[in-house]
Design a protein around this ligand. Structure first.
Ligand code: DGJ
Length: 735
C-alpha cells in the first residue's frame, strides 16, 4: 500500500501510523546537481521511495511536499517507486534485489535507517543511505555521487550482512529509478562484429523492454550498456529533458525498462542476474557496478558535453593528458611480417610524422607460432623466426627513427593449440566433460583464479620490465565465454554461478596491479572491435577501439553514436583501406578522435603522401581542441544527406569543424543551405579557414572574411559540401 493511497484513506493511515510510527525513521533526501534533483523520501513504513526527478527547487525544504502531489491508485503488486525494491515481502513488481538468507528464507524487507551527504575530493557530493531488514542482519547502502557542474550522477549499492553463513545474492541491481511522466523514448544500441553501436529509438509502451548481455567477456558485442532516455518527446540535440549514460561493467549487464500501470517508468540497471547467483559471506561487502548518467533539460548535446567533461576530469585514465598518434601494422601485414618488414614500416611512421609504431597480433609463440588466429595465443615469447632479435631490438630501432614503440597483447585468452593450454588446462574456462566451443579459435582464461591473474599481470609486467621504453599497449579481447565452468571455483567449493562476476572482478584486480606499477603508460582497450568500452574499464585505459569497421562512411555514423557517451580523446580512429572514399575523406573522419593509420604508407601516391603528412601536422595543431574541447553535433547523419560536427576550446577562441557529404543520391543533393555552428562566443569575431586540402585543390571559401560568433551560430555558414567536396575541415579562430 502506497503512502499516497494511505493519504486517500485516512482511517488506514491512522492505523498504520499506530502500528509503525514507533520504528519508522523518516527522511527526505535530495540528491542535486546544478540543473537537476533526484529526491528520495521515506513513507510511513520507513520504506524509501523516489518522489522526484526534475529541475531543482530553489528551497530544498519544499522537496518534502512533493510526494503529496501524486495520487496513484492502490496497486495490487506493491510500491512502484521504491528506491530499491526488495522481493519476497510486500512487493510483486520487478525487484532490484533478490536473496536467499543463510537460513534459506527468501523474504527481504528494506527500511531506511540513516543517511549522510559529504563532499568528496573529486568534486562530487556523495550520499550514502543505509537500508536494513528489520528481521535479518542484512543491509543495503545506496550510494549516489553527484557532480554538480557536469550534471552527472554515479550510483551503486553496497550489500552486507552478518548472518550465520553465506547469503545467496540472486539479483543485485545497481540502480532502481522511477520516473513519472507521459511519454518515454529509449535509444538503445545493438550490433555485431564491425557493426557496433547501431542505434534505435523507440517509444516505450506498457510492459518491459530489456537490453542485456550474456556473453561474459566482449560483453557489449551484441547489445550495449549505453542508453538515452528522453522524456515527453524523442531525443533531440538542443532541447528536451534527457538522461544518457551506461552501466559501467565489463561483463554481463541488464537494463530493464518497465512502463507500469500508471504509465510511469521504472528503470533497473545492474549486473545480469542470468546464471550469476553470488555467495556473499558475512561481513564482506558486495559492491555493485555503477550506473553513470548525465542529465540535461536542453537535449542530448548538453548531456553529452557534461558526460565528456566528467569523463575527462574524473574517470578516464589521464583524461586530460596527451595521446599518441600512431601507425599500426595490423591491416598492413596481418600475421605476415618479419623484422625487416616491421623496421621498414618505422621509416613510414617517421615520414608520416606520427608519434608511435604499434606492432599488432602475430609477434609471439614458437612451438605453435602465431601465424594465424588458430594457434599460439597464450605463449607470450617473441617468435624467433619472425623477430630473431626480439622486441628489445624493435624498440631500439624505433627509438633511432625518433618514434615510440607499442605492442598488441590479448592476455586473457588461449588457443587450444598452444603450450599454455597444454600446461594449464585447469586455467581455461571450459566444461571438463563436454566438447569445447571456440570463438575465433580460442578460449577464455579463468580470471577468477588468482594464479591466472598473476599470469595475465606477468604478461604485461614482463613486457615493460624487459623493455622499459615500451610506450603503449593495445589490450585485445576477442572471445566470449561458452561452457562457463571454472576449475578454480570448483576447487574452492564456491558456486559456479559466481564465475561471470568473479571473472570481471579478477580482470579489475589485474588492471589495478598494472596501474599500481605503470600508472600512466597509455593502454588501448580493444575487444575484437568495440566489444568493450565502459567507464569502469576506462579507469585503467586511456582509450578504446570502437570497431574494426574503419570504412569512413560507416565511421561517420558510428563515431556520431559513440560520441553521445564518450569524449573524442578516448576513441581511436584509424585510417585504413576499408571503404571507397579518397584518402582525404578517410583522414578527415579519423581526425575526429585519436588519430592513427593502418595502411602501407609507401603504397600511396606522392600527392596522397603529401596530403597525409600535412594532415598530421594540422592534426597536431588542433588535436588539443578535439581531445579536450567541447563537442557539438551539428548535422545528424541519420537524418540528413550531410553530417557535421565541431569542437570548441574552453576559451572559445578556436574551433574545428568537420563536414561530410554522405548522400547516395549524389546529383540531387546540393550545398544550398548553411550549417549553424554552435558553442562559439556570440560576442567574438572569427575567421573560418579551410584546411586539409588535397594537393592541387583550392578552397572556394574566403578565409579572410570575419564573422561574429552570433552570425555563425544564428545565420550559419555554408562550407560548400557537395558531391565534388565530400569532406571539409575548417579551422575557426578568433581574430
Ligand atoms: C581484433 C582487433 O580489433 C584488431 O584491430 C586486431 O588487433 C586483431 N584483433 C588482431 O588479432
Amino acid at each position: 500500500m502506497t503512502l499516497i493511497s494511505l493519504l486517500k484513506r485516512p482511517y488506514i493511515y491512522i492505523l498504520s501510523l499506530v502500528s509503525s510510527f514507533a520504528i519508522a525513521q523518516s527522511a527526505t533526501i535530495p540528491i542535486t546537481t546544478n540543473d537537476h534533483a533526484l529526491v528520495l523520501k521515506t513513507d510511513q513504513q520507513g520504506r524509501l521511495r523516489t518522489v522526484y526527478f526534475g529541475e531543482p527547487l530553489h528551497s530544498s525544504s519544499e522537496y518534502e511536499a512533493i510526494s503529496s502531489l501524486y495520487h496513484f491508485d492502490d496497486a495490487n503488486d506493491g510500491i512502484y517507486n521504491a528506491a530499491y525494491t526488495p522481493s519476497g515481502t510486500w512487493s510483486l513488481t520487478e525487484p532490484a534485489i533478490e536473496v536467499k538468507h543463510a537460513d534459506g528464507n527468501s523474504a527481504l524487507e528494506l527500511k531506511y535507517l540513516s543517511h549522510s551527504q559529504k563532499p568528496q575530493s573529486d568534486a562530487s557530493i556523495e550520499t550514502r543511505i543505509l537500508l536494513k531488514d528489520p528481521l535479518y542482519d542484512f543491509n543495503v547502502t545506496l550510494v549516489y555521487k553527484a557532480w554538480e557542474a557536469e550534471n552527472v550522477i554515479e550510483q551503486w549499492t553496497e550489500i552486507q550482512h552478518k548472518e550465520n553463513g553465506a547469503v545467496m545474492l540472486e539479483k543485485y541491481a545497481s540502480a532502481d529509478l522511477y520516473f513519472t511522466g507521459d511519454n518515454f523514448y529509449l535509444t538503445s544500441y545493438h550490433g555485431r562484429w564491425a557493426k557496433e553501436m547501431q542505434c534505435k529509438e523507440e517509444k516505450l509502451e506498457n510492459g518491459r523492454k530489456i537490453i542485456d548481455s550474456k556473453l561474459g567477456t566482449r560483453a557489449m558485442l551484441l547489445q550495449s550498456p549505453n542508453f538515452i532516455l528522453s522524456f515527453d518527446q524523442p531525443a533531440s540535440e538542443n532541447e528536451g529533458k534527457v538522461i544518457l549514460g551506461q552501466l559501467a561493467w565489463s561483463g554481463n549487464f541488464k537494463l530493464d525498462f518497465e512502463v507500469d500501470t500508471y504509465d510511469n517508468l521504472k528503470f533497473l540497471a545492474g549486473i545480469n542476474p542470468y546464471s550469476s547467483t553470488y555467495a556473499l559471506p558475512a561481513n564482506q561487502v558486495f559492491k555493485t557496478p555503477s550506473l553513470i548518467y548525465a542529465i540535461s533539460n536542453h537535449g542530448t548535446g548538453e548531456a553529452s558535453r557534461g558526460l565528456h567533461r566528467w569523463a575527462r576530469n574524473y574517470r578516464v585514465l589521464d583524461g586530460q593528458g596527451e595521446r599518441l598518434t600512431l601507425l599500426n601494422n595490423w591491416e598492413a601485414t596481418y600475421f605476415d611480417f618479419d623484422e625487416d618488414k616491421i623496421t621498414g614500416l618505422f621509416k613510414d611512421a617517421k615520414e608520416l610524422g606520427i608519434d608511435m609504431f604499434l606492432l599488432d597480433d602475430g609477434w609471439f609463440a614458437n612451438k605453435y607460432p602465431r601465424n594465424s588466429d588458430r594457434s599460439g595465443l597464450g605463449d607470450w615469447q617473441e617468435n624467433v623466426k619472425k623477430l630473431p632479435s626480439g622486441i628489445g631490438h624493435l624498440v631500439k630501432e624505433a627509438t633511432k627513427e625518433g618514434i615510440k614503440f607499442g605492442i598488441w597483447i590479448e592476455p586473457e585468452m588461449v588457443n587450444p593449440k598452444s603450450e599454455l593450454y597444454e600446461q594449464h588446462l585447469d586455467w581455461v574456462i571450459r566444461q571438463p566433460d563436454r566438447p569445447e566451443v571456440y570463438y575465433r579459435n580460442q578460449l577464455v582464461l579463468d580470471l577468477s583464479n588468482p594464479e591466472v591473474q598473476d599470469f595475465v599481470f606477468g604478461v604485461v609486467d614482463k613486457l615493460f620490465t624487459e623493455n622499459p621504453q615500451l610506450a603503449f599497449i593495445k589490450w585485445d579481447c576477442n572471445a566470449v565465454i561458452y561452457n562457463a565452468y571454472s576449475a578454480y571455483l570448483a576447487e574452492q567449493e564456491l558456486p559456479q554461478s559466481q564465475l561471470y562476476v568473479d571473472y570481471v572482478k579478477g580482470l579489475y584486480a589485474v588492471l589495478e596491479r598494472v596501474r599500481a606499477k605503470y600508472p600512466k603508460v597509455p593502454i588501448m582497450l580493444c575487444s575484437g572491435g568495440g566489444g568493450r568500452g565502459d567507464y569502469e574499464a576506462l579507469r585503467y585505459f586511456t582509450e578504446f577501439w570502437p570497431s574494426d569497421d574503419t570504412d569512413p562512411l560507416e565511421r561517420i555514423f558510428m563515431q556520431w553514436d559513440y560520441s553521445y557517451f564518450f569524449p573524442s580523446v578516448v576513441t581511436c580512429n584509424h585510417v585504413t583501406d576499408w571503404g571507397k572514399q579518397p584518402i582525404k575523406f578517410r583522414v578527415d573522419v579519423a581526425s575526429m578522435g585519436k588519430l592513427g593509420f593502418d595502411i602501407v604508407f609507401s603504397h600511396l601516391s606522392e600527392d596522397e603522401k603529401a596530403f597525409c603528412k600535412q594532415a598530421v601536422k594540422n592534426y597536431d595543431r588542433f588535436k588539443e581542441i578535439i581531445w579536450h574541447g567541447d563537442q557539438y553535433r551539428l548535422v545528424n547523419p541519420h537524418e540528413n544527406d550531410f553530417s557535421a560536427v565541431m569542437y570548441v576550446n574552453e576559451s572559445k577562441e578556436k574551433a574545428v569543424f568537420f563536414g561530410y557529404f554522405i548522400s547516395q543520391r549524389q546529383r540531387l543533393i546540393t550545398d544550398k543551405e548553411p550549417i549553424k555552428f554552435n558553442g562559439l562566443d556570440p560576442e567574438k569575431q572569427y575567421t573560418v579557414k579551410e584546411i586539409n586540402l588535397f594537393p592541387g585543390k583550392r578552397s572556394p571559401l574566403d578565409s579572410e572574411k570575419v564573422y561574429s560568433g552570433d552570425f555563425l551560430m544564428k545565420a550559419g555558414y555554408n562550407p560548400m559540401i557537395n558531391a565534388g567536396r565530400t569532406s571539409v575541415v575548417l579551422e575557426i579562430e578568433e581574430r
